[in-house]
Design a protein around this ligand. Structure first.
Ligand code: ATP
Ligand code: MG
Length: 405
């Protein structure tokens, strides 16, 4: 069989007879591979087994599991392979099905002997409760939830339950990644992200998004004329948020916040212009915000985009703005980069906030993952969103800027 030997940790879980297993490990710890061993072992040793593998998306399921799995199953074991429904039928009657978890309604009605869930903390609890649990009930099937921690989520709640057997190991303990590579990650990530991703730690993550932000980042800092100055926007009507950020010798200072109720891009920009003039700012000004700034405005100036409006107002007041939107891969990415700017693993700090920016400071301290997941019922994400566009556009050697004409 075309398979490497399982590592000690993988073998340990593989030998477990428990019906409910959580295997939560550091990145590259060998989780997905373990699920392949598990699927194969069940399919081959127990004829007529119905086995399901679920990754968060169909595409991930195909890339992480389907392609590598079908290549390790010896051809003489296979009776049928269906590339479009991602299903392998074995000659002994076992079936392995591969699904994307977002589409969990399509799994209803299955009867399963083994469910293998990958990247579980990126999956919906309903997938487990409403679909997999009932699917396993009839045949007294088993389930493995594999993944890397993401704070105190539903998997965290399950792991201390007596019905579950919990296995965990760090990236280094997994033995599949060099020590040097793990050391390198320490320099790129803030301490909490490192512990979570490489040490599989649930402990130190409270759900607060800006966990690297502390009172050390809050200082007294006033606008200084002549420094490179950025206006970052969150385009929302109520509240509309703008931050004024200045760069000085490699450090970045939020010197002013505007959090305006029932406003629009025009009115808010006029407030910012008034502020720049009061502070005698001359020269270049940068503008950034999310790509919705490129949408046509319906209020105030129909037909124009938010960025056109901003450019016109700044120009008619003697400023010549350069406008960028950040190339954001994911919200998560923007949060990590902002946290890294507050403080990285080496203890370096790049981003500071004037103590008078009360809304920003208050919301940085309390915005949680849930506020984002639940579409911000408390209205606390806008001003911090305005901040997260900045590191992307300005701290990553400008590689992540998209110019707005
Ligand atoms: N027992 C093994 N022997 C040799 N190589 C292995 C073994 N298990 C896994 N690998 C290899 O190590 C790498 C990481 O394994 P795997 O993808 O299973 O880890 P993971 O924990 O799922 O990673 P991620 O956090 O990226 O999802 C892969 O390249 C895989 O092929
Ligand atoms: Mg994996």
């Amino acid at each position: 069989m075309n398979l490497p030997k399982p590592t000690d940790n993988q073998l340990n879980v593989l030998l477990s007879k428990a019906r409910r297993i959580i295997a939560y490990c550091g990145r590259r710890g060998g989780k997905t591979h373990f699920l392949k061993y598990k699927a194969l072992e069940r399919a081959v040793n127990y004829p007529n087994s119905d086995i399901l593998y679920v990754a968060p998306t169909y595409r991930q399921a195909k890339e992480l599991f389907w392609y590598p799995f079908k290549s390790i199953v010896p051809i003489e074991y296979i009776s049928k392979k269906n590339e479009s429904s991602l299903k392998i039928e074995f000659i002994n009657g076992s079936i392995v099905r591969v699904y994307g978890g977002r589409n969990y309604d399509s799994m209803r009605g299955l009867g399963l002997d083994l469910a293998l869930v990958d990247e579980t903390s990126d999956q919906n609890e309903e997938l487990y409760r409403e679909v997999l649990n009932p699917a396993l009930a009839d045949r007294k099937g088993s389930i493995v939830l594999a993944g890397t921690p993401k704070g105190f989520d539903w998997v965290y709640d399950l792991k201390d339950n007596d019905e579950w057997e919990f296995y965990s190991w760090t990236t280094l303990e997994g033995g599949l990644v060099d020590k040097e590579e793990v050391e390198r990650a320490k320099l790129e990530l803030d301490p909490k992200t490192f512990r979570q991703e490489y040490e599989a730690s649930f402990e130190n993550y409270s759900g607060i998004i800006f966990h690297a932000f502390s009172d050390e980042n809050v200082i007294e800092r006033h606008f200084k004329s002549g420094l490179p100055t950025t206006l970052t926007y969150d385009f929302n009507v109520n509240p509309m948020s703008i931050l004024v950020i200045q760069e000085d010798q490699g450090k970045h200072y939020v010197v002013k916040e505007f959090q305006l109720g029932d406003s629009n891009t025009e009115a808010a920009t006029l407030r910012a212009v008034q502020y720049l003039k009061e502070n005698n700012h001359s020269g270049i000004i940068y503008v950034t915000g999310d790509s919705t700034g490129n949408n046509r405005s319906t209020i105030g100036s129909p037909g124009k985009t938010n960025y056109t409006i901003i450019r016109e107002i700044l120009q008619s007041n003697g400023f010549n703005p350069e406008i960028y939107t950040p190339r954001v891969k994911s919200k998560e990415d923007a949060f990590n980069l902002t946290n890294g700017a507050f403080k990285n693993y080496k203890g370096e700090m790049k981003l500071f906030i004037d103590k008078n920016c009360n809304y920003l400071i208050k919301n940085l301290k309390r915005v949680t993952r849930e506020d984002y997941d639940k579409k911000d019922p408390k209205g606390v994400t806008h001003i911090v969103d305005a901040l997260t566009y900045y590191p992307h556009a300005y701290l990553k050697n400008n590689r992540n800027r998209i110019s707005v004409d």
